[in-house]
Write a protein that binds this ligand. Structure first.
Ligand code: CA
Length: 462
């Protein structure tokens, strides 16, 4: 299948060497290769500032007056990046005229952060995949070399779910599941009292994985700042440390959970889909200077991403999706490791039942709650609120949240791109708020009352 995919990108390149009219042969080949291409659409943009579409073949919707055909987007080899890889490999970027997109694998989140500061002109990246609230932290200069910050725009959510909490095998049977038993709770507390605190890792501080493990611990009456030791460790190193017994837990994403279980290094304690169904996960964000300079190209990228997300979400495409992303040039993992999570199959540890439900795995378009791709401002607000909860951001962030979010979140561009991609009105959210969010411990986040959410939580730093 990888071969097929290589072959396809060859065709895809060839297609854009031929002139605007595109040869009949190219068109036929493309149609066959796209499998089940979306129905041809004429200009779907509803006037206003939306770009006009030139439809030259049923599969081509190149944006007129596109400022560039080139961008470099970074990704980390985990399921979150699949829509970016698929947009490239299945020709969706090319379809909208973005014929020179580079999806560039990043060694880790720190390198992605460094590369965005450098920009593609200096050999870095223009944008790509981010854990929240990294685009906000980068914009505000909290994690960049330049303390003035590098303004970024959040443009789409890449996925929901597909993440979880893995625990080292030696702790199996102690009651460390989604909901800690009294015994499991006391066990973790006792480790701290004995001077050997439970050590858990995430791959970048103050972002998703840090926030998920903190939420889960605190909901189980464990103070993440006092009762355990949390630290940043690259994924591969964490697994090695779990093997040797020096790491107790890991907040992680597919395909790591299954690798940990298969190699008997540890067990899955909780899925993020159990902690918060349909939770916000990772995002596409691009440097604001790039977007401001290339507004039509940005819409083209987003329209392609939206189509890729719709493609990724279809159960009948999952086998091909796995064949592509598991390939050497992308995740470089055996496809067997990716098949189960993509079917929503998880072996859970500590006597918890197995999970076998497609809707509990990584999702890219529909999660039964809202639109996965659309970047809800209410989700950005949750990340900012949770950051305030743990003292990562000052409390005044909540007073100023509207200004802060409006500067970074460009859901307006997503909406234009969705029209370009032919998304039906029913699938375009009418509100920037997804409404009240519900967590596994019964807590609720009301986006119009973030302060009340923090008040409702027993364990916090503010
Ligand atoms: Ca993740």
């Amino acid at each position: 299948m990888t071969k097929f995919s290589d072959q396809f990108s060859g065709l895809s390149r060839r297609k854009f060497i031929v002139t605007a009219g595109a040869s009949a042969l190219g068109s036929i080949l493309l149609k066959g290769c796209l499998g089940n291409p979306p129905e041809p659409t004429t200009n779907t943009s509803a006037g206003g500032a939306s770009p006009s579409v030139v439809t030259t073949t049923p599969n081509e919707k190149r944006v007129e007056g596109i400022e560039t055909t080139k961008i470099t987007l970074g990704y980390i080899p985990i399921v979150e990046s699949a829509p970016l890889i698929i947009a490239q490999e299945k020709g969706f970027f090319a379809k909208y005229g973005m014929t020179e997109v580079t999806v560039a694998k990043q060694a880790n989140w720190g390198s992605a952060r460094d590369n965005i500061e450098i920009g593609s002109a200096g050999g870095g990246i223009d944008g790509g995949q981010w854990q929240m609230p990294m685009p906000y932290m980068i914009s505000q200069g909290l994690i960049t070399k330049n303390k003035d910050g590098l303004p970024m725009y959040v443009l789409a959510q890449l996925n929901t779910q597909g993440n979880g909490i893995a625990i080292a095998a030696k702790h199996e049977g102690k009651g460390i599941g989604l909901k800690l038993s009294q015994g499991g709770h006391d066990y973790i507390k006792d480790l701290a009292k004995a001077g050997t605190p439970f050590k858990a890792a995430y791959t970048f501080p103050k972002a998703n994985q840090d926030l998920w493990i903190r939420y889960w611990l605190a909901a189980n009456n464990i103070n993440p700042d006092a009762d355990v030791s949390l630290l940043t460790v690259p994924a591969a190193q964490t697994v090695a440390n779990m093997k040797t017994g020096s790491m107790d837990g890991f907040s992680t994403g597919d395909p790591w959970p299954l690798r940990i279980v298969k190699e008997k290094i540890g067990f899955m304690s909780a899925l993020t889909a159990q902690i918060w169904k349909g939770h916000p996960e990772e995002y596409l964000a691009i440097r604001s200077d790039w977007v401001d300079k290339h507004p039509k190209a940005t819409e083209a990228i987003l329209a392609a991403l939206i189509e890729a997300q719709q493609w990724c979400d279809k159960p009948e495409h999952r086998a091909e999706l796995v064949a592509i992303v598991s390939g050497k040039s992308f995740f470089d993992v055996p496809p067997e490791i990716l098949n189960p999570p993509y079917q929503g199959k998880y072996i859970m540890g500590d006597n918890q039942p197995e999970i076998n439900d497609l809707k509990m795995g990584p999702l890219y378009w529909h999660d039964g709650i809202g639109n996965v791709s659309y970047p809800y401002k209410s989700h950005d607000l949750w990340f900012l609120t949770e950051s305030v909860r743990w003292g990562f951001l000052p409390t005044k962030t909540l007073t100023d949240h509207k200004t802060i979010i409006d500067k970074v979140n460009r859901e307006d561009i997503w909406k234009k791109a969705a029209k370009l991609a032919g998304v039906t009105a029913a699938d375009i959210p009418a509100s920037t708020s997804r409404g009240i969010e519900k967590f596994f411990d019964g807590k609720e986040f009301h986006p119009d009352k973030p302060e009340d959410y923090i008040k409702s939580l027993a364990i916090k730093k503010v």
